[in-house]
Design a protein around this ligand. Structure first.
Ligand SMILES: Cc1cc2nc3c(=O)[nH]c(=O)nc-3n(C[C@H](O)[C@H](O)[C@H](O)COP(=O)(O)OP(=O)(O)OC[C@H]3O[C@@H](n4cnc5c(N)ncnc54)[C@H](O)[C@@H]3O)c2cc1C
Length: 340
């Protein structure tokens, strides 16, 4: 790991006045990465990237002690505010979230390990970089690092963990299983920078490789995620989340899904179904949502939605196995959300 300077920020204003660089920019070889200043919250991903020798910032601004960003606050009108420094463990154990946003607490309880969940923050989780092994290996200068090739998309590549949809340019999937649930609930991000505060729906914050292969989101230099707003759920809303992985703990998802359903008079009036580890961004399964609308939620309609969720998938050499897994977990999550 390289030597770096350290600043512990004591206010959001001080932190956002530090001329920071999004990690995506700091990693680009032609951007003089050693002169970049980056934010560190829990440090789980920042330190991994530094130990992997793919990130070598000259200066790190610690934001872990910023005041007021580590609270979960229910606001009757708007919904529930999650500070950016709330840990994954806080999300997992919060009683109010368990009652109203069950898919989120399920996602939190299945992420990583108890140790990681205690250190990892919500803002850092959303901002984590992909875990594609070509991207994380210093010897492969892939498209994300300013190279000319997606190594995972080449013939004979190791791509069993990669995307089965939206994978034409780069097939690294997004690692945030928390975002799978947040997008399903229609979460909004509050971003604070020197120019002020802006709000962005999380779904629109993520950027596809076709738009910009070198980054996963639209964060700007000097900008911090300060808050995540979960809209208040309508009466009759149920939700569920399922993660499918090789191991129960210490692992990212091979496939995960979050489902949020509204029902009236025995019929589905609104459905939000989001697939994680299917594409480079958390992906709304709009065909699956349409398959449920106006219908009673039964084994049959849930199965049809599961099939619709993966229609048009373009699996790579080693990951066609993900297609039936998504069909199965979408169906199961719909049936669980119906009861939740
Ligand atoms: C073994 C293991 C298994 C894991 N499994 C899962 C899993 O199943 N699901 C899952 O979702 N995650 C998983 N993770 C990832 C883990 O949850 C993330 O690495 C962690 O949440 C990052 O949070 P952090 O606070 O440590 O971020 P940091 O490492 O401090 O920062 C990560 C990035 O976010 C930026 N950043 C941090 N906070 C902010 C902010 N407020 N505003 C703007 N930028 C910010 C940093 O500059 C950096 O780019 C796993 C990690 C490990 C090690």
């Amino acid at each position: 790991m390289n030597a770096f300077q350290w600043t512990d920020a004591t206010s959001v204003k001080q932190a956002t006045g530090q001329q920071t660089t999004p990690v995506a920019d700091a990693m680009l070889v032609n951007a003089k990465p050693e002169s970049a200043t980056i934010f560190k919250a829990g440090g789980v991903d920042v330190l991994d990237l530094m130990k992997e020798h793919v990130l070598a910032p000259g200066r790190i601004v610690g934001i872990g002690n910023l005041p007021k960003l580590n609270a979960i606050r229910a606001d009757g009108k708007e919904g529930t505010h999650l500070g950016a420094l709330v840990t994954i463990a806080q999300l997992e154990h919060d009683g109010g979230l368990q009652k109203s946003y069950r898919a989120l607490t399920e996602a939190a309880s299945h992420a990583a390990t108890p140790q990681v969940r205690n250190a990892a923050t919500l803002g850092g989780n959303i901002m984590q970089r992909p875990h594609c092994w070509y991207f994380r290996n210093e010897n492969f200068k892939c498209l994300k690092k300013g190279g000319t090739v997606c190594f995972a998309n080449q013939a004979g590549a190791e791509n069993k963990y990669h995307a089965i949809m939206g994978n034409q340019t780069c097939s690294a999937v997004h690692g945030s299983s928390i975002s799978t649930a947040l997008v399903a609930f229609g979460a909004q991000l509050e971003l604070t920078g020197p120019q002020g505060v802006r709000r962005v729906p999380l779904e629109q914050f993520f950027v596809t490789p076709e738009k910009d292969v070198q980054r996963e989101n639209s964060i700007q230099p000097n900008e911090l995620i300060t808050d995540v707003l979960l809209p208040a759920p309508a009466a009759g809303t149920g939700s569920w989340y399922i993660k499918f992985g090789e191991r129960e703990s210490y692992d990212w998802a091979l496939a995960d899904v979050a489902v949020v359903l509204e029902q009236r008079d025995g019929r589905c009036t609104k459905a939000s179904i989001v697939l994680g580890a299917a594409a480079p961004v958390p992906l709304r399964a709009t065909a699956a949502e349409a398959a449920l609308l106006g219908k009673p939620i039964t084994e049959e309609t849930a199965r049809a939605a599961g099939q619709a969720a993966t229609a048009g998938a373009t699996p790579l050499e080693q990951n066609a196995y993900k297609v039936p897994i998504f069909a199965a977990i979408v169906k199961r999550a719909i049936l669980k959300a119906r009861e939740a």
